[in-house]
Write a protein that binds this ligand. Structure first.
Ligand SMILES: [Zn+2]
Length: 418
């Protein structure tokens, strides 16, 4: 029998309750929560919560949400305010239980305080180490890799460079107004990104633009925003970064960023700013890789960062959880081709960071061909697994299929959208 880290107990009379209460009734999907009267608030007790003190806390949160889901309990509000008692992270300002909303106090959900109250109950529950290991997924692996990756700077044209090595490619425009970044990478790369920026310019980062909300492009918002960078993005990016956001295909729940890391300057369709004497234009794609993607164009230098609408030499991820689709990806590729010439330097979200229109055309043609192959199989009535087995990407795999988005993963993503 699997052991669990979490139990749910009624707020009133919270005790070091035995394993018969709450989630410890184990593996009953959609367990009737009769013992938690639906109009009464609940609190969450974390037996070993005190270790939530560093990089592991997001993983713990994921386990917590998974446990709640099995009880048909859905969190509806989240806070990353600090707890007045212990000054560590507290979250969940309310839960929706059996489709009713119950507001509860934040302190009921304080990980470390709750842990102390339940520390007596340990038998049969996951240890922190076990829980942490269980929660490792694609996202954690990407994060771990970023923590140790060197950051490589490539000078492109004029005062524009690109940094490679922290999640998505980061464009940098230097000059007297301070550095402008397009995307922020992953927070754990802060030291390496800072070193790389210091070599380009002694000035601080004063502007940051997010191409979309994904963590490998916006996680670094937290430290850059705290240092004073003004953050600009599409309005959906702000929305997704402000709330718990689940990405189904990563099996991961992303926590909201702290206020400092949220874009303060958002727009719906187009936006333009002048920084370091450069005209910086931003344009919304509509539904593409997500529904928060924008392109960022440096007009004078003829350089465009197209975010994750283009993965250079890699099958792309498509995030259906937040409005992405294969048809949107193809439409975005067509828009990128229309907006560029043979002289334009195109910065992809991932892959070799300085690309061009010919390579982009190849990416677009690959998307169209795979879409057609997958649609044909789906129309014949093939299931998703049968479609993967038929290898509709075979002729493209040697060039595009060598990353975490492997041929099977990409086929499943396309299948979902045709
Ligand atoms: Zn992305």
């Amino acid at each position: 029998m699997r052991r669990r880290l979490f139990r749910v107990v009624p707020t009133s009379g919270r005790t070091a309750a035995g394993p018969k209460e709450g989630i410890s009734r184990r593996h009953d999907p959609c367990l009737p929560v009769a013992s938690f009267a639906a109009d009464k608030p609940v609190s969450i007790v974390l037996v070993h919560g005190a270790f939530v003190d560093g990089s592991g806390w997001q993983e713990v949160f994921n386990i917590l949400l998974a446990a709640l889901k099995k009880l048909c309990v859905k969190p509806v509000g989240v806070s990353t305010d600090k707890c007045e008692s212990c000054l560590r992270y507290c979250f969940l300002s309310g839960v929706e239980m059996m489709s009713r909303t119950n507001l509860i106090s934040r302190r009921s959900f304080c990980l470390c305080c709750a842990a102390a109250s339940a520390s007596a109950a340990t038998g049969g529950w996951l240890s922190p180490r076990e829980a942490y290991a269980e929660a490792r997924g694609v996202v954690s692996l990407v994060r771990d890799s970023a923590a140790v990756s060197p950051i490589v700077a490539h000078q492109l044209r004029g005062s524009i460079s690109v940094l490679e090595g922290s999640g998505g490619n980061i464009a940098v425009l230097t000059g007297p107004d301070g550095n402008l970044l397009v995307d922020a990478g992953i927070g754990v790369s802060r030291t390496h990104v800072t070193e790389a920026l210091d070599k380009l310019s002694a000035d601080p980062v004063t502007h940051l633009i997010n191409t979309h909300w994904h963590f490998d492009h916006a996680d670094g918002n937290a430290w850059l925003g705290a240092l004073g960078a003004k953050i600009t993005a599409h309005e959906n990016t702000r929305k997704y970064l402000s709330q718990v956001q689940r990405v189904e295909d990563y099996d991961y729940n992303f926590l909201p960023l702290p206020i400092d890391g949220l874009p303060s300057d958002v727009f719906a369709n187009e936006h333009a700013i002048k920084v370091n004497r450069a005209s910086v234009g931003m344009k919304y794609y509509g539904s593409a890789h997500t529904d928060s993607d924008i392109s960022v164009t440096f007009a004078e230098a003829d350089i465009v960062h197209v975010g994750d609408t283009y993965w250079n030499g890699l099958y792309p991820f498509i995030d259906y959880s937040t409005g992405g689709s294969i048809d949107g990806m193809i439409a975005a590729s067509d828009a990128n081709l229309a907006a560029t010439t043979d002289k334009t330097i195109i910065i992809p979200g991932h892959g070799k960071p300085a690309s061009n229109r010919a390579e982009l055309q190849e990416f677009r043609d690959m998307l169209v061909a795979v879409r057609e192959n997958v649609a044909k199989l789906k129309k014949q009535g093939r299931s998703r697994d049968e479609t993967v087995a038929a290898k509709p990407t075979a002729t493209f795999d040697a060039k595009w299929g060598n990353s975490v988005i492997d041929p099977g993963f990409f086929t499943r993503l396309v299948y979902q959208g045709v």
